[in-house]
Design a protein around this ligand. Structure first.
Ligand SMILES: Nc1ncnc2c1ncn2[C@@H]1O[C@H](COP(=O)(O)OP(=O)(O)OP(=O)(O)O)[C@@H](O)[C@H]1O
Ligand SMILES: [Mg+2]
Length: 408
């Protein structure tokens, strides 16, 4: 509902709309007409001179599809073309929310005849702009869903990595409970001795109990059990934190940060480790890396793609070698595997979306396509060299500082 004050305010704005000879209408958040300028009435009459004049501008409103309203609500504007009787109209819809209330300004112009080519040009430019914005949104969604899909694939492995420490922490707690019972029994014996008339006479009893309960062993084992349990809990916390960092959407508007790439690398290895540990020997040759400006969760996603691909390329047993370094303002990480390698005839296609040589259900062919886009967004690149039967090397290269604009 529009209260009286806002209606008054809206009214005060109408005179400006009434001056222009483009059809312009003001619409509230529920799609109701607040004001239509004389040019809208004139346009509606040209479309259908026989219709009831009282309903004229309302008929113009009805030409806009609900999805177009939604687009305007979501992005602030929509532009397009609609057919209205004998005319083709160029439409622009601007939406804004003020004081919690949405308001839209709708303008319409005839595309054939009366309207200048510049108007048409401007309109198609805006349509292109809108399409580009929608595509950017779709790409962001694709990126996020590919990341979630890889986490889904890894879920069983990650669950295993978490279950393992939880398992021994649980078993340690059982043992600690037994140790506690023994220590309490010994304590009771000490208490009894302390309160006896002749405590010295209890010495043999206390000593006997101490031996029966294996207290010396318990005292030696206790710190080890506690330390092991603490490590287990820390490992679980770390995996959960890594997962959280990884699954976080970096959001297109968020600025890049200066990041320790080695830290992200270790987190990513942690997440994929269960996929690799049975068949892969991992070698690290880390150089010196300065903090690098990037979206860390996206860079981790690239690393994860490279590590999983490397693991999948190895059939039985093999080696993955991770090397890092920095030269001429560029940081690089290479992931080399001793796997099957890539045939020269497909090497040029591996970054294509949906290109995969893996069986259905194993690969969607999106990993490297998404990785490529992430690197492009960071003004970086991925280089590949491969030899069938010998292995492949994927090298991701990132500028240490982003050029010009500090966000992408
Ligand atoms: N390290 C590698 N060794 C051999 N072939 C590789 C390697 N990395 C990528 N490829 C080839 O490139 C193709 C595309 O890789 P990409 O990661 O884009 O998709 P995918 O692994 O097939 O599926 P997913 O979407 O699950 O990642 C793979 O199917 C494979 O043929
Ligand atoms: Mg892949």
């Amino acid at each position: 509902m529009i209260d009286d004050t806002s209606r008054l305010k809206d009214n005060a704005d109408h005179w400006a709309m009434d001056l222009v000879d483009t059809a312009a209408m003001l619409v509230d958040g529920e799609g109701r007409l607040i004001h239509a300028n004389p040019a809208s009435h004139a346009l509606a009459r040209r479309i259908d001179p026989s219709a009831d004049p009282a309903a004229d501008p309302q008929r113009l409103l009805a030409l806009i599809q609900p999805s177009n309203w939604n687009d305007a609500l979501a992005t602030g504007r929509w532009s397009g073309q609609v057919d209205a009787g004998p005319l083709r109209l160029g439409v622009r819809l601007y939406t804004t929310a003020r004081d919690g209330r949405a308001r839209s300004l709708l303008t319409m112009g005839e595309l054939s005849g009366g309207v200048t080519p510049e108007f048409e040009l401007q309109l198609s430019r805006e349509e292109l702009h809108d399409t580009a914005r929608r595509l950017a949104g779709t790409q962001e969604q694709l990126l996020q869903s590919e990341k979630m899909a890889s986490i889904g694939q890894l879920a069983a492995g990650v669950a295993h990595e978490i279950n393992n420490p939880i398992g021994y922490v649980h078993s340690n707690l059982g043992t600690l409970q037994e140790y506690l019972t023994a220590l309490m029994a010994l304590l009771e014996c000490h208490e009894a001795a302390l309160h006896a008339d002749d405590p010295k006479a209890w010495r043999a009893d206390v000593q006997g109990k101490r031996e029966r309960l294996d207290i010396d062993f318990i005292v030696g084992d206790l710190p080890k059990l506690l330390e092991e349990s603490r490590e287990g809990i820390e490992r679980v916390t770390k995996i959960v934190q890594d997962l959280k960092d990884f699954s976080r959407s970096s959001g297109s508007g968020e600025p890049m940060r200066l990041v320790d790439l080695h830290k992200g690398l270790e987190s990513t290895i942690n997440i994929v480790w269960n996929e690799l540990k049975y068949k892969v020997q991992l070698e690290r040759h880390y150089g010196n890396l300065p903090p690098v400006e990037c979206h860390p969760s996206e860079i981790n996603q690239v690393l994860m793609t490279l590590l999983i691909n490397a693991g999948q390329a190895i059939d039985n047993r093999g080696t993955i070698t991770i090397t890092t370094g920095c030269e001429a303002g560029e940081a690089w990480i290479s992931v080399a595997d001793s796997g099957c390698g890539i045939a020269p005839e497909v090497l040029g296609r591996i970054f294509e979306p949906f290109f995969t040589t893996k069986p259905i259900g194993r690969g969607t062919g999106l990993g490297l396509a998404v990785a490529y886009n992430i690197m492009a967004k960071h003004h970086g690149r991925i280089e590949v060299s491969s030899k069938p039967g010998v292995g492949s090397v994927f090298r991701m290269v990132l500028p240490v500082r982003q050029p010009v604009s500090h966000s992408a």
